[in-house]
Design a protein around this ligand. Structure first.
Ligand code: AMP
Length: 213
C-alpha cells in the first residue's frame, strides 16, 4: 500500500503514520525527519536545507526530490510506504507520480487530516521530542512524568527550533498557500479521503482506517 498523509504541521500526521506503520508493516517516510537527520549530521543536504527549515520555509524541490527518490528506492519501501510531509506542493506531487510511474506503480490513497489553525498553534508550541529515542510529548496534553525527561528512555526532551510560535505561523502560511492546493489535486485524481484530525489519537485513527476502506 502506498499512502500519503497530508495536513498542516501539528495535525498529527507523525502520530498516525507511526500507527499505520505498525499496522501495515510498511515504512513511514517523513521528509522532515530525514531533513532534520541530515542537518544533525551536517551532510551537504543538511547544510543547504537548514536555513530554509529555521525560517519555516520549504526546502527547494531539487534537494527534497532527490532525497525522497533515494528513500523510496530502498528495499523496504518496495511493498509500500507512508509518506508524511511529502509532497508539499503540486510540483512535488507531479514529480512523485513520475517517480512511481517509472517503476510501474502509483499512490493508492491520500488522507488529508484537517485541524483548525488555532488548535495547531497550541499543539505545536507545547510539543517536545526526546533527543535519544524520538518519543513525543506535549507539555499540557501529554506531559512526561518528570519534566524535561523521556518516560521511555530517560533522554532529554527538546523543542524543535521551528516549533517556536512565530515560525509556526509562517509554516501555516506556507501550508495554506502551497500545500493545501494538493487537496483539490488529489480529489480530482479520485484517491483522496478527508478526515477530521481533532480529538484523541485513537479517534483520529478510527476515522483514518475508515477513510482507507
Ligand atoms: P515537518 O517535520 O514535516 O514539519 O518539516 C519540517 C521542515 O522541513 C519544513 O518546515 C520544511 O522546511 C522542511 N520540509 C519537510 N518536508 C518538506 C518538503 N516535502 N518540501 C520542502 N521542505 C520540506
Amino acid at each position: 500500500m502506498r499512502l500519503v498523509l497530508l495536513g498542516p504541521p501539528g495535525a498529527g500526521k507523525g502520530t498516525q503514520a507511526r500507527i499505520l506503520r505498525e499496522k501495515f508493516e510498511i515504512p513511514q517516510i517523513a521528509s522532515g525527519d530525514l531533513l532534520r537527520a541530515a542537518v544533525k549530521e551536517k551532510t551537504p543536504l543538511g547544510r543547504e536545507a537548514q536555513g530554509f527549515m529555521d525560517r519555516g520555509q520549504l526546502v527547494p524541490d531539487e534537494l527534497v526530490l532527490k532525497m525522497i527518490a533515494e528513500r523510496i528506492a530502498q528495499e523496504d519501501a518496495r511493498i509500500g510506504f507512508i509518506l508524511d510531509g511529502f509532497p508539499r506542493s503540486v510540483a512535488q506531487a507531479e514529480a512523485l507520480a513520475k517517480m512511481l510511474g517509472a517503476s510501474g506503480v502509483a499512490l493508492d490513497k491520500v488522507i488529508a487530516v484537517d485541524v483548525p489553525d488555532e488548535e495547531l498553534v497550541k499543539r505545536i508550541s507545547g510539543r517536545r521530542t526526546c533527543t535519544k529515542c524520538g518519543a513525543m510529548y506535549h507539555v499540557a496534553f501529554e506531559p512526561p512524568k518528570e519534566a524535561g525527561l523521556c518516560d521511555k528512555c530517560g533522554g532529554e526532551l527538546y523543542q524543535r527550533e521551528d516549533d517556536a510560535e512565530e515560525t509556526v505561523r509562517e509554516r501555516l502560511k506556507v501550508y495554506a498557500a502551497t500545500t493545501r492546493p494538493l487537496i483539490e489535486y488529489y480529489g480530482r485524481i479520485g484517491i483522496l479521503a478527508q478526515i477530521d484530525g481533532v480529538g484523541k489519537p485513537e479517534d483520529v485513527e478510527r476515522r483514518l482506517l475508515a477513510g482507507l476502506n
